[in-house]
Design a binder for this molecule. Sequence first.
Ligand SMILES: Nc1ncnc2c1ncn2[C@@H]1O[C@H](COP(=O)(O)OP(=O)(O)O)[C@@H](O)[C@H]1O
Ligand SMILES: [Mg+2]
Length: 290
Amino acid sequence: MKKFGTVVKDQFGTTASVPAAEEHFFLPAGIIENLERIRMLSERHPVNVLVAGKQGCGKSTLVRQFAARNSRPLATFQIGILSEPGQLFGEHRLKDGQTYYQEFLFPRAIQTPGCVVHLEEINRPEHPKALNMLHSVLAEDRHVWIDELGHIKVADDVVFFATLNEGEEFVGTEMLDAALRDRFYVTMLDYLPPEVETRVLCLKADLSESDALTIVNVANRLRSNRNEPMVVSTRHTLMIAEMVNVRATVREAFVSSLQLNPDILETVLLSLHLELGKMDRTPRGDYQLY
Ligand SMILES: Nc1ncnc2c1ncn2[C@@H]1O[C@H](COP(=O)(O)OP(=O)(O)O)[C@@H](O)[C@H]1O
Ligand SMILES: [Mg+2]
């Protein structure tokens, strides 16, 4: 495996570095193999990968983990908030009555061999033209001209990871025009199967297996509720697990972590009481001095 520098700095000291590995992150074996192939390809030329999936299913963690495992610096950019094409590269500023151009981290990152460049929420830039300059960076010839910075060429071994949240009001890849979409390898991430999600909760929130299983069962009933299916991400079940770890009941933890219809939760809990024999305290409505 090639070795790269571990830090990217811009001229004002903003840095991007190799992130810490996440100890308990699970992925399907096929995706892990594919990420290894991406690493190998990236040692020949820059590569683009699109990671799509629902919110909280592990997209950002996957990108971070790729950088951590391969000891590469990670630089993350929020594409969802961009409002003009050149904004990633730098901006004109005023100092003592003089304007000057401040270069940002992005041009440094893409010129750093081995850098992992994470483009978050690539489907939602505020301005439709905001992606224009990215197009040239992601295309085969991989260079762009910026008046203030000159010719910028993407370094060898750079990997671009674009992530997009599916299932929001702007639906996924249709938002990316075909020319851009065609330049990416695509990885689809889904929520974890119940037995793996249960393990994650045990490991990360230090819960007993039975508490973790109860949470995953309730979450899955809510997810598959026929009348009103809910989005309950791994991020949510982890929040719920942490609440239970500090002695909330499962009911209290769900109520405080999700905005949900109490009747639906009640029905789900009742149906699971029968299966699991788990009792839950009734919610406390009495008033006390705090
Ligand atoms: N497959 C997984 N294994 C372990 N933890 C996970 C997994 N997927 C998500 N998580 C945890 O859920 C939280 C949200 O994940 P994140 O990567 O931010 O999701 P996304 O970027 O898709 O919104 C993080 O704490 C992450 O560690
Ligand atoms: Mg994310």
